[in-house]
Design a protein around this ligand. Structure first.
Ligand SMILES: Cc1cc2nc3c(=O)[nH]c(=O)nc-3n(C[C@H](O)[C@H](O)[C@H](O)COP(=O)(O)OP(=O)(O)OC[C@H]3O[C@@H](n4cnc5c(N)ncnc54)[C@H](O)[C@@H]3O)c2cc1C
Length: 460
């Protein structure tokens, strides 16, 4: 839509899961154009198929948007918040501002791609230029392709192909650091919603105290975590990353989830420090994130459909009491319960314990992995559309390149191996030191036999 006599042309940057001003290609492109820039965030709970945020990610989003607003204000760009179907919000805002350019960073979920495609054609039809960019993955899902299949189903060749594809793109500075002055904002910023009116924060009860004590959402918090890890954790990462009793991983997952830091920034920061085992291992974990998104792009229903269709016949048990005991950390298995308490208190759980807790739900309780995925979706601050279902399917044995179903974790042995002094369990289950352990809701050996019997039916 061309600018009217009352408006000057401007550019709109539509922020989504990329809540940062550094290394943000969509923001960089708009600012470089020299037009006044308006930033937009849309809380879209209306467009078909978009998965509603869980409680923990709503808390994170509130704080992340506050930080983004501060960073953008400092470089003279207003952040407009609007709630509604993205297509309507974008067309309204373009009409009222006379924007001639809209930029965004690409998304890879099925419903999100459908929304972006619709918005793009509506705006283009009205004469607006729309530009989209690669920003939140090192390799967009369609850029890595095996010779003889539509997409990679196995991690190792996927990551080999990624590494062979060369160094990821160069880093982009934050606009304030450009030599040209940051683009002036329009005289009066378009009206938007008040963040508080979105009621993203929990009220009654307010369960977010443990989250606030653990995290600093936003770009600065992400950068501080990365820098601290590079100084203190990288060299030991390969050796200690499986130890939940140590502070040995980056804890960058929620920051990556909201795009407060890009994998590209991590890549260059890690490579500039170290070429050793720790660096390779960390980048391979970033590679698992890339692989999950590759899988989601090629399987938009990853959170609901078993990739291995044989599992459609699996005799999952309907066990609401077991599910509740697992959710509340009352299974009687200390490492599982400690993990579930860590999750409830902080919105995060160590990767090794996620695997143990997920295995317990799926195999010891024989509860459908989708029930566990949904609980994690609601309670994790890093709840991720790709990583969460891909990891659950991996543990269940029905995913791409999964752990085999018949490999059933023994929670007691896992605890001995990865929490040898019991420090992790003591931290999250202080009440269990001394007193008798609570009754176990299942006997692991019997539960294992039951699961393996059920698994046999898939082969018949
Ligand atoms: C059942 C289950 C559910 C999970 N759900 C999520 C989720 O919703 N969101 C999420 O980000 N991760 C999920 N993971 C993967 C992993 O547990 C977390 O990414 C990791 O624990 C985050 O901690 P960190 O940032 O300290 O990881 P680090 O070890 O420091 O790794 C750095 C980054 O690499 C990525 N990464 C690490 N491990 C994995 C992995 N196994 N798969 C994919 N990416 C990985 C993450 O982005 C992580 O932030 C899940 C794993 C399991 C077993």
């Amino acid at each position: 839509m061309p600018a009217t006599s009352k408006t000057r042309p401007c550019a709109i940057v539509w922020f989504r899961d990329d809540l940062r001003i550094t290394d943000n290609p969509a923001l960089d492109a708009s600012v470089r154009r020299g037009l006044p820039v308006v930033a937009l965030y849309v809380l879209d709970e209306e467009s078909a198929g978009i998965r509603a945020l869980g409680g923990a990610t709503r808390w994170w989003l509130h704080h992340s948007l506050t930080r983004l607003w501060e960073s953008l204000t400092a470089i003279g760009i207003p952040l407009v918040l609007r709630r509604g179907a993205a297509e309507n919000v974008l067309t309204d805002l373009v009409a009222s501002t006379g924007a001639s350019l809209v930029t965004w960073n690409r998304r890879y979920g099925g419903p999100e791609i459908a929304v972006d495609t619709r918005v793009k054609s509506a705006l283009t039809l009205g004469g607006v230029t729309v530009e989209s960019f690669a920003a939140n993955l090192l390799y967009e899902p369609w850029t890595l392709k095996p010779a003889s299949a539509p997409y990679y189903r196995v991690f190792t060749p996927f990551w080999k192909a990624a590494l062979a594809a060369g160094t990821p793109r160069r880093l982009l500075p934050a606009p304030g650091a450009l030599t040209a002055p940051a683009s002036p904002a329009p005289q009066s910023p378009p009206p938007g919603d008040r963040l508080d009116d979105w009621t993203l924060l929990p009220r009654s009860p307010d369960w977010s105290g443990g989250l606030a004590a653990t995290w600093v959402p936003g770009e600065d918090g992400a950068r501080a975590r990365l820098d601290r890890f590079l100084d203190t954790g990288l060299s030991d990462y390969a050796r200690l990353r499986d130890r939940p009793d140590k502070d040995a991983t980056t804890m960058l997952s929620p920051h990556l989830r909201f795009g407060e830091i890009s994998p590209n920034q991590i890549w260059h920061a890690v490579r500039s420090r170290d070429d050793g085992q720790g660096a390779d291992k960390l980048l391979a974990e970033i590679g698992w994130r890339e692989f999950s998104w590759h899988l989601l792009f090629h399987n938009p229903d990853l959170a609901t459909r078993n990739l291995d269709a044989r599992f459609d016949r699996f005799p999952w048990r309907d066990d609401p009491r077991g599910l509740r005991a697992w959710q509340r950390g009352r299974t009687g298995y200390a490492i599982v319960d400690a993990g579930m308490r860590q999750l409830w208190a902080t919105g995060w759980m160590h990767n090794r314990v996620r695997m143990i807790a997920a295995s317990f739900l799926i195999k010891d309780l024989m509860i459908d992995w989708r029930a566990g995925e949904a609980w994690f979706w609601d309670t994790l601050v890093d709840a991720d559309m790709a990583n969460n279902p891909a990891s659950w399917q991996w543990v269940a044995g029905c995913g791409a390149d999964p752990a085999p179903f018949f490999r059933v974790f023994n929670p007691a042995l896992q605890a001995e191996k990865f929490d040898p002094d019991g420090a992790y369990v003591r931290q999250w289950l202080p009440e269990r030191t001394g007193g008798p352990p609570p009754a176990r809701i299942v006997d692991h050996a019997a539960a294992r036999r039951r699961a393996l019997e059920a698994f046999k039916t898939l082969k018949e």
